[in-house]
Design a protein around this ligand. Structure first.
Ligand SMILES: [Fe+2]
Ligand SMILES: [Fe+2]
Length: 210
């Protein structure tokens, strides 16, 4: 019993450390080339900044979802895959960090709250894995892809650099969706898909402001 409690406490500490490391990650050297750097005016820069802040929040949430599901899955292979995909999400986070810094932008103040909410959702997906398998992750990646396409088309034309970063991210998200499909997905309930979509719209709206 003592051992089980210890390992639960250890896991909790690891998760808290991971969450803090993600939310307060300030590394901004993920992309070394400056080829697509262009001077933006104030309006263009603030438009890009808003889009990148929302995408940064999305990468925070993606990691929380994966970590939440990984914490509760009983399948070791799935756990390993989730952690691997999480590493790619972490790279996306660093890309968004870098671009936000270049644009003199700020991250969302509410990232700790978004992380907690997403980790909880991921945990539910982990507990429901017998019914959903990786259906929740697959639906998330599907919605993320649609969101990224919207983001890319809303960027100012001059901001080729943000576009380059988001295109790189989009390719990985497509890969994540395929990985989920290969592992196995069951259709999640329609009301859940709608709830996810409404929730992410609200989160994006708020994150666009603070
Ligand atoms: Fe991502
Ligand atoms: Fe992803």
């Amino acid at each position: 019993m003592q051992n089980k409690n210890n390992s639960l406490v250890d896991q909790l500490i690891i998760e808290v450390e991971y969450a803090l490391g993600t939310i307060y990650d300030n590394k901004s050297d993920a992309w070394s080339s400056n080829d697509t750097e262009a001077k933006l005016n104030k309006t263009q820069s603030s438009q890009s900044e808003k889009i990148m802040r929302i995408n940064h929040m999305g990468e925070v949430c993606a990691q929380a979802l994966y970590r939440g599901q990984a914490a509760f899955t009983k399948d070791k292979k799935v756990k390993q895959q989730l952690y691997q995909m999480c590493e790619e999400e972490n790279y996306h986070l660093k890309l968004c960090n870098q671009r936000l810094k270049e644009l003199d932008g700020k991250k969302s103040m509410l990232n700790p709250l978004w992380y907690l909410a997403s980790f909880t959702l991921g945990s539910i997906a982990g507990l429901k894995e017998k019914d959903w398998k990786l259906g929740f992750i697959e639906e998330t990646e599907k919605q993320v892809k649609a969101h990224l396409e919207g983001s890319i088309s809303s960027l100012p034309k001059q901001d080729k650099r943000s576009k380059e970063f988001l295109n790189t991210i989009a390719k990985d998200e497509e890969k994540h969706r395929n990985t989920a499909q290969q592992i196995g997905v069951n259709e999640i309930p329609e009301f859940l898909k709608k709830t996810m979509s409404i929730l992410s719209t609200i989160m994006k709206e708020i994150t666009g402001r603070i």
